[in-house]
Design a protein around this ligand. Structure first.
Ligand code: PGA
Length: 249
């Protein structure tokens, strides 16, 4: 039994309809990929992206969802709406949401539960700040975030974890392979379904560092921000997936 590698792009607040040729451009790499490929465009593009991505075997996801199914929440989008627009996944608890919108672990848990209830796979993001790492608190912070934001998963439900050190996001800095390996190992030990849950690494994943990060036994893929905006860079990251067919521990 193996976990299938997932390469997920997070376009953040970038992208207009005229950029959706992206999916046809990355198709050659996707066709040969030993990985699932997901792109999370802004919500405005989701339905068109789903239509254009599907023929190439690429799935699409949301970048956030509200915890409620519907109601008086101006500007928000529910998980059911994301699914209706074609999303298979939704990112929850991204550090930019935690920072910009004050989202707590409890908020992230509620969003992850809403996603699961709507049949959308949550990608739950955790990660420490630079100050927390320098204070030797990285493992404790991530363990606390996980404990507070991991939903109870029923059989047949899937969730994905993304370890994204905040100081590595959009900075060009990446955690060392030793630190990533140690953190992913610790995260796996805390998961209710450790064998089948994908743990992605995110934070300045680029064509030149993807292969060594993806080669780590407990790194089951990548959540890619900046480099997912450029089809050539994103293709290079997809191509960096080596056969990760090690037996599961
Ligand atoms: P980055 O973003 O690859 O630009 O560092 C990653 C993320 O925020 O998911």
């Amino acid at each position: 039994m193996t976990r299938r590698t997932l390469i997920a792009g997070n376009w953040k607040m970038n992208g207009l309809a005229d950029g959706l040729g992206f999916f046809a451009e990355i198709a050659p790499a996707v066709a040969k990929a030993d990985a699932d490929v997901l792109v999370c465009p802004p919500a405005t593009l989701l339905r068109d992206a789903a239509r254009l991505a599907a023929p190439h075997g690429v799935r699409v996801g949301g970048q956030d969802c509200h915890a409620a199914t519907s109601g008086a929440h101006t500007g928000d989008i529910s998980a059911a709406m994301l699914r209706d627009a074609g999303a298979s996944h939704v990112i929850v608890g991204h550090s930019e949401r935690r920072a910009d919108h004050g989202e707590s672990d409890g908020d992230v848990l509620a969003k992850a539960e809403a996603a699961l209830a709507a049949g959308v796979t949550p990608i739950i993001c955790v990660g420490e700040t630079r100050e927390e790492r320098e204070a030797g608190q990285a493992a404790a912070v991530v363990a606390r975030q996980l404990a507070g934001s991991l939903p109870v998963v029923s059989p047949g439900m899937e969730l994905v974890i993304a370890y994204e050190p905040v100081w590595a996001i959009g900075t060009g800095l990446t955690a060392s392979v030793e630190d990533v390996a140690a953190m992913h190992d610790a995260i796996r030990d805390q998961l209710p379904e450790p064998l089948t849950t994908c743990i992605l690494y995110g934070g300045s994943v680029k064509p030149d560092n993807a292969a060594e990060l993806l080669a780590l036994a407990d790194v089951d893929g990548a959540l890619v921000g900046g480099a997912s905006l450029n089809p050539l860079d994103f293709m290079a990251i997809i191509k960096a997936v080596s056969r990760k067919s090690e037996p599961l521990r």
